[in-house]
Design a protein around this ligand. Structure first.
Ligand SMILES: [Zn+2]
Length: 346
């Protein structure tokens, strides 16, 4: 891997405005940003707002404010007024990149879905959640819920026409498709090392929901490809999804980016940091007058990038960044840690 001035590296920050950004999000964003910048690469900002029932309108601006407050910048994103900048940054025509907001990109997802239909890689699925739960065999209820039992797999794409009026989702033929050698069943993660999957444990997955909106798996693949992303850094709860996304890349004939999955920040109960653990919002720290450099310094310390919690800006850490320094276990944030963060001052 090249270590400096590699303009061909493109990383991304992809907040989901379903609520406030918290300390756990900040740690992942910092690592994603540092990884790209330490290789001389570019960073793009994309708003992942297609999960409409959960999206909060205020959260888009808040996420951008939080990132700027942290000192993380981007070369292209939804705030770009200049299409020319987009051209240069993404290395492509603005028209082919399109908007950096997912709800403004529906035509891209539709085109990819049409291609999957044309190749008979997706089929219409009329199963409800309870149908799937009833038909899935008990041992196949993993942490992601029951594995799809294949009830509608006999259908072809054209079978969607007579279903008109009946709600259906589009499901990707992952279990059959993964039998082909060109669909990766293993990959080397930048952070977590070699990963393997058992396709039968993932099952056929939804690429377009009943309401017609694209599923996360399809949207991120289409976006990362269109935006020329070469490096995807995100939480390690998405490792299983990576195999689904690798199958989509193989199906659409696209080159996948490199993936790096970082350990999550968890609460004292061992569960992923969330609202149930109390307030860990970045905006709370900001409003309490905590300098962003103090939080970044704390996060950098937890990432092994400095030996003390000295206040630093992300820019100051670019030279020190190395994945080898990151602890491979989750970071536990206790109430006491949060109080320590809240009381930090320059
Ligand atoms: Zn079905």
């Amino acid at each position: 891997m090249e270590t400096h001035s590699n303009r061909s590296i493109v990383g991304r920050l992809a907040p989901s405005p379903t609520g406030a950004q918290h300390v756990g999000n900040a740690r992942t964003y910092l690592l994603a940003w540092l990884s790209a910048r330490s290789q001389g690469g570019r960073v793009i900002l994309r708003i992942e707002d297609i999960d409409s029932p959960r999206v909060k309108p205020w959260a888009v601006q808040q996420a951008m404010d939080d990132l700027r407050w942290l000192g993380l910048d981007w070369d292209a994103g939804p705030d770009d007024a200049l299409n020319e900048v987009r051209d240069i940054c993404a290395g492509r025509e603005a028209a082919s990149v399109g908007s950096y907001v997912q709800t403004e990109r529906l035509s891209f997802y539709r085109a990819a879905l049409d291609e999957l239909k044309r190749r008979e890689l997706v089929y219409p699925c009329t199963c409800t959640r309870s149908d799937i739960e009833a038909a899935a065999s008990a041992p196949h209820v993993g942490q992601e819920g029951p594995v799809y039992p294949g009830t509608c797999r006999h259908r072809q794409a054209a079978d969607a026409v007579p279903l008109a009026g009946q709600p259906f989702a589009w499901r990707f033929r992952y279990q059959e498709w993964s039998l082909f050698p060109f669909v990766p069943k293993e990959y080397v993660d930048l952070v977590a090392g070699k990963q393997r999957c058992l396709p039968e444990e993932l099952g056929d997955f939804v690429v377009c929901k009943v309401d017609g909106t694209p599923a996360y798996q399809l949207a991120v693949v289409v976006d990362d490809h269109a935006m020329g992303i070469t490096e995807v850094i995100r939480g390690d709860d998405l490792i299983a999804s990576t195999f689904r996304q690798l199958a989509l890349y193989a199906s659409l004939g696209w080159t996948p980016p490199q993936f790096g999955h970082v350990p999550l920040v968890i609460g004292p109960d061992g569960r992923r940091l969330a609202k149930r653990h109390g307030d860990t919002r970045l905006s709370t720290l900001h409003e309490a007058g905590v300098p962003a450099e103090c939080l970044v310094g704390y996060l950098a310390w937890t990432c092994g990038l400095q030996s003390h919690r000295n206040a630093v800006r992300p820019n100051d850490l670019v030279g020190q960044f190395a994945w080898e320094r990151l602890p491979r276990s989750p970071l536990t944030l206790t109430e006491r840690d949060w109080q320590t963060l809240l009381s930090m001052s320059p």
